[in-house]
Write a protein that binds this ligand. Sequence first.
Ligand code: TYM
Length: 334
Amino acid sequence: MTRVFSGMQPSGDPHLGNLLGAWVNWVRMQQDRDCVYCVVDLHAITSPAEHEPDRLRERTVELATGMLAVGVDPERSILFVQSHVHEHAECTWLLNCVSGFGELRKMPQFREKSTGQGESVSIGLFDYPVLQAADILLYHTDEVPVGEDQRHHIELARDLGQRFNHRFGEVFTLPKAVHPPAGARVMDLQDPTVKMSKSASSEKGIVYVLDEPKRIEKKIKSAVTDSADDIRHDRVDKPGVSNLLEIFAAVTDRPVDELAAEYDGHGYGTFKTAVADAVIERLRPVQERYAQLASDPGEVARLLAVGADRARAISTPTLERAKQAMGLLPPGSA
Ligand code: TYM
């Protein structure tokens, strides 16, 4: 069966971009694929500005709860916390030794996040994509459901896997990224030229998965559009309207063109109200399920322990094979 792996960082509250860019596909893929999903807490400690130890512990539980609330099924899929499976950190070291400084320095996310940090930027941030490659390669992953911003990271995982196999023999499966048809790049509501992101300067442009209906309505109604009032999809000339159309399409599972044709001529007010209502309805069951799950943290902890055991059952043998292929002496042999 096709193996799927994906992860999300417990840094900042999950928003519509995370839901539509990644989670929707995670849930869908469980139907006919063998899925492994991870709360990537080791990635979340790579940015000192976003790293508060006590908050990280809480956010890790909250994110796992969110994953269960959107529909990750722990009976069918493996759900675990990255730092509970030490193979990820160890495999990163092996892959570091086949990674080039030049290729990592070019990664768009590193360039973006390291801006302004000068020489004090952490090695962890620099190495972020190699840890991500380890996550993916340890599970013989075929497909990685992510938003478009992760395209370069998945290509790097593929390159590193291929380079390792070429030098040391076939150990790793080569993965490919899978993006959703709509929602692969959800933009900020206040500045539709940048992606909706946990690190945005203002919360007004971000719809959080757990936002109350009134807040969602307010944020969508005050989304930046333009002075004309035609409703059509054109990311260059009409980035704000196009972003709302894509969000609308993703939450209702309807084609963008059909929605544009239906609302064109009715004005932005009517259109925004319809988008807000659709988003609220899409989030309502997720929020209800989240509240139920959050009332029983012991159960979430139990599910994560089971998930980590199942994750180790796959990643430990892969790591052992990689170490042997590289010529590291197995313990107990001489
Ligand atoms: P993170 O937590 O930053 O993002 C999690 C997922 O949400 C998607 N995403 C978006 N999609 C559409 N529009 C947006 N505005 C938007 N913002 C975020 C991201 O593409 C991602 O799919 N590096 C990964 C975490 C990771 C990972 C992995 C993913 C670590 N190891 C292994 C896949 C496989 C990340 O960006 O997380």
